[in-house]
Ligand binder design. Structure first.
Ligand code: IMP
Length: 502
């Protein structure tokens, strides 16, 4: 006979935190959100790899590209670059994120010496940047010949056919510096010479980076930023259980700091085979998360298989229709609760603490606090990050509002069949995700800082200054449907009734 759970499958919207005693020390600026990313012997050693904020971005085409990876690492979290592209393309994205150094910009506006003023204008329209590097081969790292800035041309006086070599500031007149120059020294050169841009060249005169005067403020260190030992931003990568022998070495070589198996269902032999292969080839040096699971058995299976962290969630994602199409999944809150209990039991038994990640279904910022209170060490978000400037999708103006595109990995648009692979045909047989829009929400830094201020503030209401303390002290209550109505604004006529998700 089938097994029936006695508890219903609950989601975050059905819970509230009940405040606890807050001392005078309990203020948001005192809260630490540092949290472990990979397993370790808690109490005996430091976690070898922690996040400064409990947020990672979803392994999705419409979420995690190099630009978002840099923006999120700057705030203290990690992006997992999507794996539903060729291993070479994914490795190139990792490389792009790793090449990015604070203050050192890889020029994205480049032309060759044959280009004309018309080409400059077209490029400026495309990139929005007014500084164009003129290199021998027109690439970002070609031999530098000159720079064109807005002050180099007068549209009313010059023909659009004019060659860039006739009006650019040529190399001989430019102030440049070697690529090894420190950011501090670059800024001094910029100030001493009253220039706006400083190209950095290698020994062969090839352009490596440009340092801009206007970026000076953002050069200042962000206390939370997550850097590797070479001062590059930390970046993760998604892998699948099919082509890992080819993909993983390319990602590691490109500099990926952590991997995660991206699958709609992690309680499977395919995941243990993938982890076993990684352990055999790299030992413990390559960190790999696995998932997704929604119960104790799934957690224990992946823990035994050697996963460095374990992801929870089936069917709760905003773009997900798995529960509707397949009738499988579990309410996210119930899943997190049970897996957290399994994780704690595993720790008691083995001394090894395996971080768990609640993936999908975060609608309001307070859902993050609930997930953490229920035992998650960090959360993975798709919809949330897709809304920001740095996500890789188009920003559109629709029905009077700015929106960004957001589509599921199981939609026809992404066709990520490896995520849903159960060893059958190499194709997506039916859709498990939708293609959609999400409200545009501006720059990531501002959005994340705002969200985390709320998280910290709620933690203070619970008397907690750290995530482990929140997990110990949190008191949660299930809410009735009428008390949910009471929780929103009610019985008033709203002046502005546009609904916001945050
Ligand atoms: P969100 O934060 O609620 O938008 O959920 C994002 C999560 O949904 C991802 O991290 C994946 O685990 C999951 N997901 C991504 N694409 C699909 C899909 O097409 N179908 C079902 N789940 C998906």
């Amino acid at each position: 006979m089938a097994y029936y759970y006695s508890e219903p499958s609950r989601t975050f919207g059905e819970y509230l935190l009940v405040p606890g005693y807050s001392s005078a020390q309990c203020i948001p600026t005192e809260v630490s959100l540092r949290t472990p990313l990979v397993k370790y012997k808690k109490g005996q050693e430091e976690c070898p790899f922690s996040l400064n904020i409990p947020m990672v971005s979803a392994i999705m085409q419409s979420v995690s590209g190099p630009e978002l990876a840099v923006a999120l690492a700057r705030e203290g979290g990690v992006s997992f670059i999507y794996g539903s592209q060729s291993p070479e393309e994914e490795a190139a994205m990792i490389r792009k994120a790793k090449d990015y150094k604070r203050g050192f910009v890889i020029s994205d506006s480049n032309l060759g010496p044959e280009a004309t003023l018309a080409d400059i204008l077209a490029l400026k329209k495309k990139t929005g940047h007014s500084t164009v590097a003129i290199t021998e081969d027109g690439s970002a790292h070609g031999k530098l010949l000159g720079i064109v800035a807005s002050r180099d041309y007068r549209l009313s006086r010059m023909s659009l056919d004019l060659k860039v070599t006739d009006f650019m500031t040529p190399l001989e007149k430019l102030i440049t510096a070697p690529a090894t120059t420190s950011l501090h020294d670059c800024n001094d050169i910029i100030w001493d010479n009253k220039i706006n841009t400083l190209p950095l060249l290698d020994e062969e005169g090839k352009l490596q980076y440009i340092v801009f005067r206007k970026d000076y403020d953002s050069h200042k260190e962000n206390v939370n930023e997550l850097l590797d030992t070479h001062k590059s931003y930390v970046v993760g990568a998604g892998i699948n259980t099919r082509d890992y022998e080819e993909r993983v070495p390319k990602l590691i070589e490109a500099g990926a700091d952590v991997l995660c198996i991206d699958s709609s269902e992690g309680f499977s032999e395919w995941q243990s085979r993938t982890i076993a292969w990684i352990r055999e080839k790299y030992g413990d040096t390559v960190k790999v998360g696995a998932g997704n699971v929604v119960d104790r058995d799934g957690f224990n299976f992946l823990a035994e298989a050697g996963a460095d962290f374990i992801k929870i969630g089936i069917g709760g994602g905003s773009i997900c229709i798995t529960r509707e199409t397949k009738g499988i999944g579990r309410g996210q809150a119930t899943a997190v609760k049970e897996v957290a209990a399994a994780r704690d039991e595993y720790f008691k038994k083995t001394g090894v603490y395996i971080p768990i990640c609640s993936d999908g279904g975060i609608v309001y910022d307070y859902h993050i606090t609930l997930a953490l209170a229920m035992g998650a060490d960090f959360v993975m978000l798709g919809r949330y990050f897709a809304r920001f400037d740095e996500s890789p999708t188009n920003k559109l103006f629709i029905n009077g509002n700015y929106v960004k595109e957001y589509w599921g990995e199981g939609s026809n648009r992404a066709r990520n069949w490896q995520r849903y692979d159960l060893g059958g045909a190499s194709r997506l047989n039916f859709e498990e995700g939708v293609d959609s829009y999400v409200p545009y929400a501006g720059p990531l830094a501002e959005g994340v800082q705002n969200t985390l201020y709320k998280v910290k503030s709620t933690m203070c209401n619970c008397g907690a200054l750290s995530i482990p303390e929140l997990q110990k002290k949190a008191r949660l209550t299930v809410v009735s449907s009428t008390s949910i109505v009471e929780g929103g604004s009610h019985d008033v006529i709203l002046k502005n009734s546009s609904k916001k998700f945050d």
